[in-house]
Design a protein around this ligand. Sequence first.
Ligand code: ZN
Length: 275
Amino acid sequence: MPDIERLSINLATIREQCDLDAATRLCAEFGIPWVAPWRDQIAATGLARARELIRGRGLRVSSVCRGGMFPAADEGGRRARIDDNRRAIEEAATLEAECLVLVCGGLPEGSKDLPGARRMVEEGIAAILDDARAAGVRLAIEPLHPMYCADRSVVSTLAQALDICARFPADAPLGVVIDVYHVWWDPELPRQIERARGRILGFHVCDWLVPTRDMLLDRGMMGDGVIDIPAIRSMVEAAGYHGPVEVEIFSRDLWWRRPAEEVLRTCIERFARAC
Ligand code: ZN
C-alpha cells in the first residue's frame, strides 16, 4: 500500500486558512485519504453537512477531536461535561470516525486536588462508555505532555492512560492515541507502547521545536525538530497499529500563516521523508 494511504490531516493544521468545506476539498485534491475534524469545525458547518462534505469527497475520518474535559468544580459542571461528551459521541458516530479523542481535562478551577481530578476523569469515562458502545464509537485517551497537566489533561503519560484502560473490561470500546509531541520524552515509552498492543486507536505526528516558543501553538512540522518520529512509528507498528497517521500541527507563527496548499504539500513531503 502506498504510504499516503495512511496519511490523515488533523484539520487544526490548516484551521486558520480553511473551513471544513475548503479543508476537505483540498485534502481530496491532494489525494489525502483521511481527515480529523475538530468539533468547532463540525459545529460551524453543521453535522449533516460535514458528513456530506467528507463522504462526498471520498474521505474518511481518523478521529473527531475532541471529547473529555471531565473534571469540574461541582456536580452540575461534571454532568454538563458528560452531556457534552455524549454529543461528541453522536458526532463521531455520524462521521464514522475511527475514534473520538479524549483530552481528559485539567484541574477544576481553583483546585489543587490532582488525585481528585484524576478520579473525575475515570468517573467521566465510566459514565459515557455505554453510550460509546451503543453508538459503535471507540474512545481514545490521548495522554498530553505534563506541561498541560493543570489546564488540559491530568493524564500525562501513556502508562497512566493504559492504567485507566485496564480498570475497565477488556472489551470496552476504550484505548489510547499516541501523539509523538506528548510522549517522545518519556523513558518508559518503548515499554508502554508494547504494553498498548491492541489498545492503540490512533497515532499523531508533528515535531518538537528547540526552542518551543509557545506551549500550545508552536508545534513543528515533522523533520524540523528533535523527535525521532520513525523510531516511534516503528514501535507503534510493531505493537500492531497499522491505521491512519494523523498530522496535527498548531503553529500560530509559521504554518497557520502559509497558504493551505503549501502546508499540505509540505505535510505530504515530510510524511514520506521524516515519518
Ligand atoms: Zn494529538
